[in-house]
Design a protein around this ligand. Structure first.
Ligand SMILES: Cc1cc2nc3c(=O)[nH]c(=O)nc-3n(C[C@H](O)[C@H](O)[C@H](O)COP(=O)(O)OP(=O)(O)OC[C@H]3O[C@@H](n4cnc5c(N)ncnc54)[C@H](O)[C@@H]3O)c2cc1C
Length: 378
């Protein structure tokens, strides 16, 4: 079989992969995305809460003046289904704490498709239904061979944008923890119809042990409902638990799915010679709230810019990881601390209720959701 050479190969057409490809293609760099799915963004595997630029710059450091990123977060009206400007966090008793949000609900099918279209318009190529099955590095030359179900490729730079299970890292490093995201949290989510709330609602306690359940309204009578729990914390299947949750709320389930959220924080080695991990593959999800779309887009852009700088003046690719640490480091660290405290504290409904009644009024829940420093380590 012939081996095709491309300058940059991106594995995965999620927000991280397509943002990276768009940024590279705009600099006239040859870039090919290999995507295992037949349709970009389908299935959603997401709660579909997408943050606006205001939320993003309020959480992360040093990107306020980044014009390219700012423009990337200007989404057309057609993909903004429902404004989410309020979040309610419910304790086991039903008492809630409320705070503001700057986000919207969308369909990942439309959202990811929109980002992919922009990458293609910029000049990137996407090959769908082409899963990468193996990646090998020749030790003498450090060159990479990428094997898919349809062909074989070499490239100068490989971007691992394959999501939570970090497929490229798995091929190159097996289970080595330095290269792969940890604490994979099992989730189930459903598209539902019924009498849904106006706000993004989060439920803590035995409904989702050491995790949370959510209702994210997408329109007047539709919502994305889901739950994520610490692996092993729930007896029985996560999907069945979600079905029961929906039934209790009187929601009709239109479709149901599952996925993994890497909640262990950033991986130790994001730049492995000429391989860069972005998005979920780099462990950039916020452990305390499960959000990862904005970090995926930003890290995709940073990886592209690291390669552009490397080509222009030889700046080492490792500058990427330093930029990630500077931008996301503080928020990710705070978020990880909050999640770890949650794992320790939320033993049962009574303890969860008592602790949250203490922390709620002084802003502890809000800080965890917004990835601020937890009050107890101030
Ligand atoms: C249930 C759930 C709810 C969530 N809710 C939210 C939310 O409301 N808001 C939020 O901001 N974040 C949420 N997240 C997290 C968010 O979905 C991710 O952080 C985000 O999608 C990461 O983008 P990515 O591009 O890194 O990876 P992904 O979006 O996972 O994209 C990876 C792509 O790589 C492809 N791929 C994988 N392996 C291969 C292979 N071997 N060959 C070729 N292609 C491959 C996949 O098919 C996929 O298209 C949620 C996650 C889950 C699981």
């Amino acid at each position: 079989m012939d081996v095709e050479h491309r300058e940059v190969i991106v594995v995965g057409a999620g927000p991280a992969g397509t943002s990276c490809a768009q940024r590279l293609a705009e600099e006239n760099i040859d870039v090919l995305i290999l995507e295992r799915r037949a349709i970009v963004g389908n299935p959603a595997q997401c709660g579909e809460c997408i943050p606006n630029w205001g939320e993003v710059v309020g959480t992360f450091h040093g990107i306020d003046d980044h014009e390219w990123l700012k423009r990337s977060f200007e989404f057309p009206d057609r993909i903004q289904l429902h404004r989410l400007d309020h979040m309610r966090v419910f304790l086991p008793s039903g008492k809630s704490y409320n705070f503001d949000l700057d986000a919207f609900a969308g369909h990942r099918l439309q959202f990811d498709g929109y980002l992919a279209e922009k990458a293609v318009e910029a000049g990137a190529e996407i090959r769908m239904s082409e899963p990468v099955t193996n990646v090998k590095r020749r030790t003498k030359t450090d060159s990479l061979l990428i094997v898919t179900e349809k062909g074989r490729y070499t490239c100068d730079l490989l971007i691992d944008a394959s999501g939570s299970l970090a497929h490229v890292a798995r091929c190159l490093h097996g289970k080595d923890k330095d290269y792969r995201p940890a604490d994979q949290v099992p989730t189930a989510y459903a598209q539902v119809r019924g009498n849904v709330p106006e706000t993004f609602d989060v439920f803590l306690g035995s409904v989702a042990p050491k995790g949370y359940a959510w209702i994210i309204p997408k329109g007047p009578d539709t919502a994305n409902v889901g739950l994520g729990v610490r692996a092993g914390a729930l007896k029985g299947s996560v999907k069945e638990h979600l079905q029961q949750f929906c039934e209790d709320l009187g929601f009709e389930i239109l479709s149901i799915g599952g996925g993994w959220i890497p909640m262990g924080g950033p991986i130790k080695t994001m730049v492995d010679k000429n391989v860069i991990a972005v998005g979920d593959a780099a462990g950039l999800v916020m452990p305390s709230n499960g959000g990862g779309i904005s970090q995926a887009m930003i890290s995709g852009c940073f990886a592209a810019e690291a390669y552009i700088d490397f080509k222009r003046d030889g700046t080492p690719l490792t500058a990427y990881q330093e930029r990630i640490a500077s931008c996301f480091g503080r928020a990710l660290k705070n978020s990880l601390r909050s999640k770890n405290m949650g794992y320790l504290m939320f033993q049962n409904d009574l303890i969860t209720e008592v602790l949250l009644r203490i922390l709620g009024p002084i802003g502890g829940i809000k800080r965890a959701m917004e990835c601020d420093k937890p009050l107890w380590v101030l």
